[in-house]
Design a protein around this ligand. Structure first.
Ligand code: Q46
Ligand code: ZN
Ligand code: ZN
Length: 312
């Protein structure tokens, strides 16, 4: 078997596109796909300041690597949150710095223990008392801190490494829980609904986890192989497995799921939520930190207070 575009030995078969590709043509295909995603969803404009959330894992490492390669007239910086998860966090900080050095990208490391006096390890210990699964608490902390950092440092966009598999699983998960507001806010670009809410973009929205992994390996992108020790509790793992099975049986159903969601379902949900959001749910500013919230104190500040009470 040969590559679809040359006589070289193939390294991958992209089933949904019916392509068999050699190393060079796969790299070209992958980068083109990310470029088209950025253009299709109008993610980035010339001259913008983009903050890339980099965990040190393969997805965010590839996201930063490809953005740096493709987007020439923008300013790119990396942000890494040191979450305080034992050795895993130490290795993540090291790998992120190694990647940013190689790419000549400035990186800011925010240490949550230094800034807020707690770690994810501590929150894991308090998980039962807090009554919130560790990944849900960690997600809340990450979203808040990344947004706040971008706002305080004047970034136009926050880029994350979510890929096609993550997004398909997110959509299904929100369907299952019937969370219309979360569904309406999903998709490759999160619009600015408040001056302090920095739009989020997902450049890997249309490439799969397998393709991202292959690209990282072929391009020797430095990334941390270790998984977070709490990732077994990540709620979307089972959904990802189910989606992979459906994809196997019906190639291209995963991309259809996310594209149809963005094109047909999201606009209808946005219209519905705009009409049905009552005055008391409108965005205000948190009485403690001043960041946007729909209640008087934001979820992050309430969470921090709770952690302080439970750990004192
Ligand atoms: S870092 Fe945090 Fe993830 Fe670890 S605790 Fe869960 S959410 S798994 S991407
Ligand atoms: Zn080829
Ligand atoms: Zn707050």
């Amino acid at each position: 078997m040969r590559c679809k575009f040359c006589s070289k030995k193939p390294v991958v078969r992209v089933r949904y596109a019916n392509l068999t590709l050699c190393r060079d043509h796969f790299i070209e295909y992958f980068e083109k796909r990310v470029k088209r995603t950025i253009e299709r969803y109008k993610m980035i404009r010339e001259g913008e300041r983009i903050c890339c959330a980099v965990s040190g894992g393969k997805d965010s490492a590839v996201m930063l690597y490809v953005l740096k390669k493709l987007c020439k007239n923008v300013e790119i910086q990396a942000l890494h949150l040191n979450l305080g998860i034992g050795d895993y966090s130490k290795k993540s900080v090291k790998k992120t710095i190694e990647l940013c050095r190689q790419l000549d990208v400035e990186v800011e490391v925010v240490d949550i223990a230094k800034e807020y006096g707690f770690t994810i390890d501590l929150i894991k210990k308090l998980e039962r008392k807090i009554k919130r699964p560790i990944c849900s608490a960690c997600g809340l902390i990450k979203r808040y801190l990344m947004n706040r950092y971008c706002y305080e440092n004047g970034f136009d966009k926050l880029a994350t490494g979510h890929n096609l598999d993550d997004e398909a699983a997110n959509i299904l998960s929100n369907y299952i829980s019937g969370d219309i507001e979360l569904l309406a806010r999903g998709g490759p670009v999160q619009k600015r609904t408040h001056p302090k809410l920095i739009p989020r973009i997902k450049p890997l929205y249309e490439v799969s986890e397998k393709e991202t992994f292959l690209y990282a390996e072929l391009m020797h992108v430095p990334y941390l192989i270790d998984e977070c020790p709490y990732s077994y509790g990540a709620p979307n793992l089972l959904l990802k497995t189910i989606i992979a099975e459906v994809e196997d049986a019906r190639p291209s159903s995963r991309i259809s799921l996310v594209r149809n969601f963005v094109k047909r379902i999201k606009p209808a949900l946005e219209e519905y939520t705009t009409k049905n959001t009552c005055e008391k749910h409108h965005v205000k500013e948190c009485s403690i930190c001043g960041m946007p919230t729909s209640t008087s104190t934001c979820a992050f500040c309430r969470f921090v207070e709770r952690v302080k009470t439970l750990s004192s």
